[in-house]
Ligand binder design. Structure first.
Ligand code: MN
Length: 229
């Protein structure tokens, strides 16, 4: 079974529950679909031993679910209730009074994107146009890997390292906390979560080992290539 990333976001809405239908049918009482935690694209133990089922249980089942639950609470009764996730992110980015909504919405999106960025027996290198674009930007694939690891390790505190398409080129960016390329007009291709909760149970403090393992055993280059515009 294979879903496109935008398909997963649509599914989140399609699968949303219309809970608590009231007797009244006034427009103000129309129930608004809550965002749902999208299904993982694989079993929780599918990425072991590189990401353990225990890590996935906490990271997907607790952290990702927590962002979904917080977001639903924060948007209830606001114009963002029932709106598509990407619209909420773009509509709250850089607005100081909307930081909490942005942070939770972006973290929902980032995590859904992260699960898609990995697969069992992933890693290696991409092919075709994406490989050509990486070689054009970094010279060699090894140079790309080193730059991705350096960015991941160099993100002080919590955040993300990304391969993005920006205009006609690919580049590596890192974002702090919940920040996301979506808020910067960049097309995300692949991401690695470098918050400690992503790796601490399996790698303790060794973030570089986690990022290297992500590149060598987990990166889903088919997904990244499917995102190219
Ligand atoms: Mn995370």
């Amino acid at each position: 079974m294979r879903f496109s990333f935008s398909g997963i976001c649509t599914l989140m809405l399609a699968a949303a529950t219309l809970a608590g239908l009231p007797g009244s049918l006034n427009a103000a009482d129309t129930p608004v679909a809550a965002l749902q935690l999208p299904p993982l694209p694989y079993a929780q133990d599918a990425l072991a031993p590189f990401v353990s089922a225990k890590t996935m249980g906490f990271h997907y089942g607790k952290h990702h679910q927590g962002y979904v639950d917080n977001l639903n609470k924060l948007v209830a009764g606001t114009p963002f209730a029932g709106r598509p996730l990407e619209e909420i992110i773009r509509g709250t980015a850089n607005l100081p009074d909307k930081t909490a909504i942005f942070n939770n919405a972006a973290q929902v999106w980032n995590h859904t994107f992260f699960w898609q960025s990995m697969k069992a027996n992933g890693g290696g290198r991409p092919a075709g146009r994406l490989l050509e674009m990486i070689l054009d930007a970094f010279g060699t694939f090894e140079a790309f890997k080193t730059a991705f690891e350096t960015a991941g390790v160099g993100q002080f505190g919590s955040g993300w390292v990304w391969l993005v398409q920006d205009g006609g080129k690919v580049k590596i960016v890192k974002t702090a906390n919940a920040d996301t390329p979506l808020a910067h007009g960049q097309n995300a291709l692949l991401t690695c979560d470098v918050w400690e909760h992503a790796y601490y149970l399996d790698y303790q403090n060794r973030r570089k080992d986690f990022v290297t393992t992500f590149l060598e055993h987990l990166a889903n280059w088919d997904f990244a290539a499917s995102r190219l515009k």
